[in-house]
Design a protein around this ligand. Sequence first.
Ligand code: URP
Ligand code: ZN
Ligand code: ZN
Length: 488
Amino acid sequence: MSTYDIAIRGGQVATSFGVTRCDIGIRDGRIAAIAESISDAAQVIDAGGLLVLPGGVDSHCHIEETSRGGYTMSDGEPQVTVNEESFVTASASAFAGGTTSVVCFIPQWKGFGVWERYVDARKRGETGMLDFAFHQIISDPTDTVLKDEVPKLVAEGVRSLKVFLTYEPLHLSDAEYIKVLLTAREHGCLVTVHCENYDAIGWRTRALLDAGLTGPKYHAWSRPRVVEREATHRAIALAELVDQPIQVFHVSCEDAAEEIARAQARGVKVWGETCPQYVTLTAADMDRPGFEGAKFMCSPSPRDTAEHARIWEMIRRGTLDVVSSDHCGFSYEGTKGKGSSGRDASFEKIPNGIPGLAARLPIIFSEGVSKGRISIEKFVELTSTNPARLMGLYPRKGAIQPGADADLALWDPKKKVTITNALMQHAIDYTPYEGLEVTGWPVTTIRRGEVVMRDGKVQAEPGTGRFLPRGPYDMVKPRGITPEGFGA
Ligand code: URP
Ligand code: ZN
Ligand code: ZN
């Protein structure tokens, strides 16, 4: 009988603390030992010439998020619609790209509660292979939801509430946002925020449509940087008023990041996330012929190449400390995705969001580490350790240390790959990164001590993904400081 189930030998183990040549011993799905030499194992994996990274943690993924599409005639039950991507296909995509855990979303349909949606989302999550946790979207913060249902969800291990300051019908007023912040404060949750100004975008959208400017490229015109900056400022100011920690999702520009930096300098507990699209795509991508621009449509809008450099600077400064994919499963063809309102639909009718679960690590490694913009340690922090910390999953996830889940990506830092949709292994019929050349690629992914991807071949049993309940954690504790000393 061997001491370890698996030994990973000869790799350069990369964590947020440094890169060291050592072996890793895995037993019962966890990291059991890290030493100069480990050989007494049932299976030996040679990691010579490779980096050994903690499996990616993607803390912002939209997977099998149900929406309500009217009522069936017979029983008055709402019809449920989802797009093509399932937890099974998303798991394959994640493993293909070196990611082993995600935090995804429980929807709230306006006029409905959230508990039933949690039960449904949990069942859906358990069909996949990825380990998963949830943010609860709050789009209708009634007393029943906030006072009765949220405490039950927290007891189940759902420790973050997601709010939108734009989008019909999801957006919250300031008064509703404050109610959510107060609820989160009471129950020890993080609040994650989509920061764009709903009324400003609405006004601008109507003006564009009235002027006959309807193509996909006008999506970017409808939501310039200033609407993101304003909402980011407001989201932070109200969180500061209530003394509730928040994470600003998908920061696309320096203007918004500067609001975060200023608040961080005051000691406010606010963190900033960005995504690969904000260092690779531009608004010009939405100006491709015909409907093609819809493939790049997400919110906030991608900006321009000068903005990419500013986002890297904000990453280096630490203002933006998490890179998530904001993965969305909308296909280009068919009726469930980008073309759901027809090929000549005006921009405001095209679903927002793009796929990126598999591409996230390779893009950030290539654009970041291979091009000399960030260190390997910073890469690990951004894509694994920091999201795990902020979501209360660390050190079970995001770490290579004894006791942590044995979630690893064996990474070839020199491998050159041209991204194609087939390599993404998702159920979506396109990738916005088609043709992008990257240096650095995962060759093996290990989830809880099981090889789930080797040389691009995903080999994991559906139904093996585990729900990750999250308990109380320090990062989201309020500071105990309120303006003028009065409040929450
Ligand atoms: O365009 C985007 N980002 N779609 C996904 C939903 C969201 O806003 O996070
Ligand atoms: Zn969003
Ligand atoms: Zn999102």
